[in-house]
Ligand binder design. Structure first.
Ligand SMILES: [Zn+2]
Length: 313
């Protein structure tokens, strides 16, 4: 199966960094409401009787969400998908291949072509094409009140430095799939701040997109790994506070921020449900909670919606 070429990934990292920096400077508030994804099922016909079958269960993907394209067929050696000007890696599955298609929060709302090139063992390829709509992420806008002693954490230089550190943690795409089953939230607490929320900070011109979901958790609540994976970051950071990032393979990472305690170290392999730390109020945080993030192919996606997707096993 194709692996992500270093040059390609470097450019993707640069692309995400650019997008994050654009978000740092975003001064236009988007005021829309949160709406859960409502995917429908659609089957695409193969081009010939011998051609592999391409399946995907969405007609649209919302900004900040992911769709999964699965390819069934014998003797496949790989596939790549192209959409929104981006090349997506497809990974081997028991029946063929699967391509996670993550849509950035800032992606334009419109129909977009989806092209897939399927590679066969005999050296031939099968082209396949369709389209889907990028739909609104229905993000809300909030005036976020920070205490005066934390206002310095809205500075662009601090945000960019922290983004750079996070990007270095995402710099390796692991082709191995570590997860076994679906992804689960790190705590049982309800949602207290949604993904994609556009936050303005009192006394500051900066507006930030919320890149994860804040889950209710009293101080010291055990924080559980969302799925099997390898820890790639465990450190105290200015904005994220005590922060942990886990690599789950296939370019999927989970992140757990503002912890009071970290129990894991980089390189350590954890299983789904393992206690990796305790909830807290460190970094740019105004009360105990867990900030839960999921990044797919270097794109932040809505963690709760991501966890609803039936991933290949
Ligand atoms: Zn948060």
């Amino acid at each position: 199966m194709p692996s992500k070429a270093p040059g390609l990934f470097s450019s993707m990292l640069a692309s995400k960094l650019f997008k994050r920096r654009m978000l740092c400077g975003l001064v236009i508030l988007l005021s829309v409401g949160l709406l859960s994804a409502s995917f429908v099922t659609m089957r695409a016909a193969a081009q010939t009787a011998q051609a592999p079958s391409v399946r995907y269960d969405f007609q649209f993907i919302r900004q900040g969400q992911m769709g999964l394209v699965e390819i069934d067929g014998a003797n496949l050696t790989g596939a790549t998908a192209v959409a929104m000007g981006h090349t997506y890696v497809c990974y081997p599955t028991s029946t063929g291949a699967a391509c996670p298609i993550a849509v950035p929060m800032a992606q334009a709302i419109k129909d977009t072509p989806l092209s897939i090139t399927i590679n066969h063992a005999d050296g031939t390829t099968t082209p396949w094409s369709s389209s889907f709509a990028v739909a609104s992420g229905q993000f809300i806008a909030t005036n976020f009140v920070l205490p005066g002693n934390l206002m310095y954490l809205t500075r662009d230089d601090i945000q960019i430095n922290e983004d750079d550190r996070l990007l270095s943690a995402y710099s390796i795409i692991t082709p191995t799939r570590y997860w076994d089953g679906g992804f689960t939230p790190p705590v049982k607490g309800g949602l207290i701040a949604p993904f994609g929320e556009a936050r303005s900070y009192t006394g500051s011109l900066a507006i930030r997109r919320h890149t994860g979901q804040d889950l209710q958790a009293s101080m010291g609540t055990p924080v559980l790994a969302s799925a099997n994976g390898r820890v790639v970051l465990s450190r105290l950071m200015d904005i994220h506070g005590n922060n942990i990032i886990i690599d789950h393979g296939w370019g999927i990472y989970s992140e757990y921020a503002h912890l009071s305690q970290r129990y894991v170290v980089p390189g350590q392999f954890v299983l789904q449900g393992d206690v990796i730390g305790l909830s807290g109020n460190t970094g740019r945080s105004t009360g105990p909670h867990v900030h839960w993030e999921i990044s797919v192919d270097d794109v932040w996606v809505n963690p709760i919606e991501f966890a609803k997707i039936k991933l290949p096993q």
